[in-house]
Design a protein around this ligand. Structure first.
Ligand SMILES: Nc1ncnc2c1ncn2[C@@H]1O[C@H](COP(=O)(O)OP(=O)(O)OP(=O)(O)O)[C@@H](O)[C@H]1O
Ligand SMILES: [Mg+2]
Length: 247
């Protein structure tokens, strides 16, 4: 069974925090190769601001014009991807850095209203399986392309979930910069069912970057994934599952 992990960009920003998270992931993986999809939202925003390019989000997804897309690709598939791959390799996890564009791993449909943003249309799991079987951990930047070869920015939460579904993972881990999904009083919700999750998005308790995370978790549960974990430390966090999955 394949393990799929999403790592938020802000975790990757701090090498000691990253090493700590990777030690936790190493325990979860039990020494087996895994797929690690990463974000890099904060790093993209900081590069854009250095270049004087304005940026804004719609329901947690970045509006991406052509110039922004170039920066997204440089930061995600370049800088962040190589930083994470290098740390994994130095920790003894044989890893290879890729993006959705390599080996045609991920094909997207363009969401025109967001510019160069895609939603995942298909995932080619065969090359992934071959690399995993050969013992390589995959570090995957979510930048992907349309059938015509147009690069698109894709929220890494959606990519992780679609890769998880395609590899038939039973549990998905979304590591982020908060302890878990927080309720209106800022307390962690240990167990969140799909109905409550939807309600919290509608009521604005779940906002910004937590929206794609929870929306993709909901879609994973309806596709048969048993549970999705969200947090920054495997010993706590939020587990999202369907209502009839029991305690
Ligand atoms: N109810 C909520 N509970 C927890 N976090 C929330 C909630 N509503 C909004 N958020 C925000 O969601 C953020 C996490 O999403 P964000 O997109 O910033 O990070 P990420 O997805 O881990 O990283 P990246 O986007 O780089 O992959 C939190 O830092 C927090 O500010
Ligand atoms: Mg995010």
């Amino acid at each position: 069974m394949s393990l799929v992990i999403k790592l938020g960009g802000s975790v990757a920003e701090n090498p000691s925090a990253l090493e700590k998270v990777i030690r936790g992931i190493k325990d979860i993986s039990d020494g087996n190769p895994f797929v690690l999809v990463h974000g890099g939202g904060k790093q993209i925003t900081s590069f854009l601001s250095e270049l004087g390019i304005e940026t804004y989000f719609v329901d947690g997804e970045r509006y991406t014009d052509r110039r922004t897309m170039e920066v997204v690709e440089m930061v995600l598939s370049g800088l962040v991807n190589k930083q994470i791959t290098s740390i994994l390799c130095h920790m003894g996890i044989k890893s290879i850095g890729l993006s959705g564009r390599d080996l045609n791993l991920i094909t997207v449909r363009r969401k025109m209203e967001l510019g160069y943003v895609g939603e995942v249309k298909s995932v080619d799991v065969e090359p992934m399986k071959r690399l995993l079987d050969a013992g390589f951990t995959l570090v995957l930047s979510p930048v992907s392309e349309t059938e015509d070869g147009l690069p698109c920015n894709v929220n890494a939460d959606f990519v992780a979930i679609e890769v998880g579904k395609a590899l038939r993972a039973s549990k998905l881990f979304l590591f982020t910069d908060v302890t878990g999904v927080l309720d209106g009083n800022k307390n962690i919700i240990p167990l969140l069912d799909v109905e409550t999750a939807r309600d919290f998005i509608e009521r604005g308790i779940i906002r910004e970057g937590m929206i794609p995370k929870v929306r993709s978790a909901i879609s994973a549960i309806s596709a048969g994934v048993k549970e999705v974990w969200i947090g920054n430390n495997p010993v706590q966090g939020t587990i999202i599952r369907g209502k009839d999955n029991g305690p």
